[in-house]
Write a protein that binds this ligand. Structure first.
Ligand SMILES: [Zn+2]
Length: 312
């Protein structure tokens, strides 16, 4: 029996409206981000070319594949009954944050499971809060749990997956993902980011399977593409990943208010097509992408739509 004969080629989009219930007035990581992405996905007709499903919350048991019980309990017990509080200088929690965060991880894990089952090849998780700054023991950088990392651990339990790649094009370095996988050679982490910038952790850390691509403020579209080709492609070829995860942040866009790279909408089509091509070459086409940053709501919605369109 052909276990990998794909029944459906339509991509999967997993989301949940309760991911908008994590909120603090005036904070850049706001519910409108996800609402704008989903509005664009529907208005542009992209949703008609995908299967759109609702996420379910991750179980503590699966969450513990990455995060220690003490971290999960700390997050759960920190949730306020109303209003909001800060769990770290940048990271807030409100009533509804725990459900949103568990739905975000749940979406990534379900997408991964369905791709492993062969029902889908490509999936996008339209969720928040983001995850790539969440370290093993620490919520930080607007992130409570590391969504992609938990899904990656689930993928690594599948007999068809020996090695994976996590490709992160958010403008901020994925310190959380590096923290979690720095000693796990099965996981290639490639991260492009604005240099000397938040999170100021793991910026200089690299080894054979942790690939960093620091970029100067003002880096243009063309400079970005050349940097990605020069630093990622050889490593991915050597690693031969069986499954590719994407930490898809859109805050390297020129219109983003939080950072200073100069990417344009087209770059998100370019990098997604590159990743899909690599997945076809090495990973039986398997790509699960999850939303990370992107703080100009308009630019985020346009860029995410380009990314999703290229996944289709
Ligand atoms: Zn970011």
């Amino acid at each position: 029996m052909a276990a990998n004969a794909y029944v459906m080629k339509r991509p999967l989009l997993i989301t949940h409206p309760d991911c908008e219930k994590h909120e603090k007035p005036g904070h850049p990581e706001r519910p409108e981000r996800l609402a704008a992405v989903m509005k664009r996905v529907h208005a542009s007709g992209l949703s008609q070319d995908m299967d759109v499903k609702l996420a379910t919350e991750i179980s503590d048991q699966l969450l513990m594949q990455v995060h220690p019980k003490s971290h999960i309990e700390h997050v759960v017990n920190s949730e306020p009954d109303n209003s909001w509080l800060h769990i770290d200088p940048d990271t807030y929690m409100s009533a509804g944050s725990v459900r949103a965060a568990k739905l975000a991880v749940g979406a990534c894990v379900e997408a991964t499971t369905r791709v492993l089952d062969g029902q889908y090849q490509h999936a996008f998780c339209a969720i928040r809060p983001p995850g790539h700054h969440a370290e093993l023991m620490d919520a930080m950088g607007f992130c409570l749990f590391n969504n992609a990392a938990v899904a990656a651990m689930v993928a690594l339990e599948d007999p068809s997956v020996d090695r994976i790649a996590i490709l992160d094009f958010d403008v901020h370095h994925c310190n959380g993902t590096v923290d979690i996988f720095k000693e796990d050679e099965r996981v290639l982490v490639c991260s492009s980011f604005q240099d000397h910038f938040y999170p100021h952790r793991y910026l200089d850390f690299s080894n054979n399977h942790i690939v960093t691509t620091p970029l100067a403020p003002g880096t243009s579209s063309l400079q970005y593409r050349r940097a990605i080709e020069a630093s990622w492609l050889k490593k991915i070829e050597q690693h031969q990943p069986d499954f590719i995860f994407v930490s898809a942040g859109f805050d390297a866009h020129a219109e983003d208010p939080l950072a200073e790279l100069r990417l344009i909408d087209d770059d998100y089509t370019w990098i997604t097509e590159l990743i899909v091509g690599l997945a076809d070459q090495y990973a039986q086409g398997r790509v699960v992408s999850t939303l990370e940053g992107g703080y100009n709501v308009e630019a985020l919605a346009r860029s995410a739509a380009r990314h999703i369109e290229a996944l289709i």
